[in-house]
Design a protein around this ligand. Structure first.
Ligand SMILES: [Zn+2]
Length: 234
């Protein structure tokens, strides 16, 4: 696993060169955003938090795909589920269940939930709605890649933790316009139009940099996001 500084407030943890999760520093310790693909990632995340000298207080999920929830159960077993919050949203609950319920809801855009959704045994202890805050992070609903997808804006430094709403392999892209060498997020995106609408919604936020589920942290703020949207609409 490699680790990279995102900003003064967070560290990016990367496994296999393309699966990211993030330790975001708060006054009481770390908020972990996503958990990697394999249960073995848990020990690596905990070791990095220990090296940085702060406890992991909560796990925050962008969405239910396997490469984001892979070590939730292992982490909570090690950290203590009574001492660690697990935070998601209501729409993600059926997708996080084992076995998952992938049915669409009335009023949702068409499409099928794709990609690996193995579910987790742990139950979220807190459910977010649009606009809620978790420490310094503002919750923004960004469905499209999958129903229930959330992004989180650190209002201290303008870092957007975008999960797979945006993909940063090569350059910044909306998830349904991934480059040829990293097409997976595109293949597993539920609804392209909803994904683009979520990216356009993000234009209204004071974003400085993008910390995505895949690829290095990208600077460039709103102009970079405009470019990504222009590519997908071209
Ligand atoms: Zn995904």
């Amino acid at each position: 696993m490699t680790t990279t500084q995102v900003s003064g407030n967070a560290r990016q943890l990367t496994r296999f060169g393309f699966v990211n999760c993030y330790l975001v520093r708060e006054e009481d310790g770390f908020t972990l955003i996503d958990t990697g693909m394999l249960s073995s990632t848990a020990a690596l995340i905990i070791a990095e938090a220990a090296r940085l000298n702060a406890p992991i207080r909560r796990i925050l999920l962008t969405h239910a795909h396997t490469d984001h929830v892979g070590s939730v159960d292992a982490l909570l077993a090690k950290l203590g589920s009574d001492r660690t919050e697990l935070i998601s949203n209501e729409r993600s609950l059926p997708i996080l269940r084992t076995p998952p319920d992938l049915s669409m809801r009335p009023g949702e855009a068409p499409g099928k939930i794709k990609g690996g959704t193995p579910g987790i045994r742990s139950k979220p202890t807190r459910l977010l709605s649009e606009g809620d805050k978790v420490g310094s992070l503002r919750c923004i609903d960004t469905p499209g890649h999958i129903p229930g997808h959330m992004s989180f804006l650190d209002e201290r430094d303008g870092t957007l933790y975008a999960g797979d709403a945006l993909v940063a392999m090569g350059e910044l892209n909306v998830s349904n316009h991934a480059p040829w060498f990293f097409p997976f997020p595109k293949f597993v995106t539920w609804n392209a139009e909803v994904a683009v609408a979520s990216a356009e919604k993000l234009l209204a936020y004071p974003i400085e940099r993008f910390a995505c589920g895949h690829g290095p942290v990208r600077q460039g703020g709103i102009p970079a996001l405009r470019q990504a949207i222009a590519k997908v609409k071209a």
